[in-house]
Ligand binder design. Structure first.
Ligand code: NCD
Length: 340
């Protein structure tokens, strides 16, 4: 059972008790437990640093449950998955997070199997499924579709990727991964690959700007980070520089965040072919890298990281994908969990 109540607690430190299993109690400040109640999660632009920190803190407390410790914290709650684009990690880690906390999942499945194939609008689909579930997770090829869904949904909408737009829950797990190894403040990070169409790097750049990061953007000329994002970052005082050359940056950063070239977003396959193999990270590249460098990737990878890199100390991408579970647990708890 999941309960929440205020404790008179220590002076000046009102806490909520989240009773999440028969044996475990997590203490969490009331303001943090309630800051996300019934809210949509659409873009990292809407997150403050304090809000991000609170999600990461709760994720850390919930990690044992992601590893199999029993909990019924979300018993009786239902999460709906609406994926209009392929997904492995995002879809399955949301499902795992929900089920490990005792909740249930309903799945729209492929569009051919639903009324979408009869011409039903996204607005109507969302209105209907919002009546069955406590929250909706949506991935869609069109930018802005999660925001549109949120206008019609009676329950919180979580954006699991809208075209080349945003992917906020991925960013939260990326930040969690970085924090596990080092620090979020004053980080030197290179975002590498498809910075034009890659939604993970769009969201991540916004979040990093809240922590004073030094960001190097590494991409082919035709796949540079969109201007509006760069000017938003600069207006926040974030140090951003751009280059096409990965060699030039690899030895001077704490984090290398690799991405695949997003083939499905290219209007012209010929243009994709021109940039398809722009970067390929191999162990030789890393010979003079910082000792504590970590290499991240939202996955799936195509050929931008050679399999031989997997065995190096620097590789974090598989660990990173596991962290999707505790981080999504934390978000779901904060959005739809019982308690204060
Ligand atoms: C990313 C996505 O869908 O944007 N994958 C993910 O969610 N882990 C990255 C990608 O597809 O390249």
């Amino acid at each position: 059972m999941s309960l929440g109540f205020r404790s008179s607690g220590m002076a000046g430190d009102p806490t909520v008790f989240l009773i999440i299993s028969r044996r475990s109690i997590i203490f969490f400040p009331v303001e943090m437990a309630t800051m996300f109640k019934k809210r949509h999660v659409l873009s990292m632009r809407e997150f403050s640093r304090e809000e991000i920190d609170s999600v990461l803190d709760l994720a850390s407390s919930l990690e044992p449950f992601a590893r199999g410790k029993k909990s019924d914290m979300l018993a009786g709650k239902i999460l709906a998955l609406l994926f209009f684009e392929p997904s492995t990690r995002t879809r399955m880690s949301f499902e795992t997070a929900m089920k490990r906390l005792g909740g249930g999942v309903i799945n729209l499945g492929p569009a051919e199997g639903s009324s979408i194939s009869k011409g039903e609008s996204l607005a109507d689909t969302v209105r209907v499924i919002g009546g069955y579930a406590d929250a909706l997770v949506i991935r869609h090829p069109k930018e802005g579709s999660a925001r549109l869904a949120s206008e019609f949904s009676p329950v919180p909408v979580l954006n699991a990727g809208d075209g080349a737009g945003h992917h906020p829950t991925q960013t939260l797990l990326d930040l969690y991964t970085i924090k596990k190894d080092s620090r979020l403040e004053d980080l030197s990070i290179a975002l590498v690959g498809d910075l034009k169409y890659g939604r993970t790097v769009h969201s991540l750049a916004y979040a990093l700007s809240l922590y004073g990061a030094d960001i190097t953007l590494v991409s082919p000329l035709s796949l540079r980070m969109p201007e509006p994002i760069k000017s938003d970052l600069s207006s926040k005082g974030t140090r951003v520089r751009e280059t096409c050359d990965l060699n030039e940056v690899v030895n001077n950063v704490d984090v290398l965040y690799m991405t695949r070239i997003q083939r499905e977003r290219f209007p012209d396959p010929v243009e994709y072919k021109k940039v398809a193999s722009s970067y390929r990270l191999t162990p030789e590249f890393l010979a003079n890298a910082r000792k504590n460098l970590i290499i991240m990737h939202p996955l799936p990878r195509v050929d931008e990281i050679a399999p031989a890199v997997d065995a190096t100390f620097h590789a974090r991408y598989f660990q990173q994908s596991f962290y999707g579970v505790p981080v999504r647990m934390a978000l779901l708890k904060m959005l739809i969990g019982g308690g204060a």
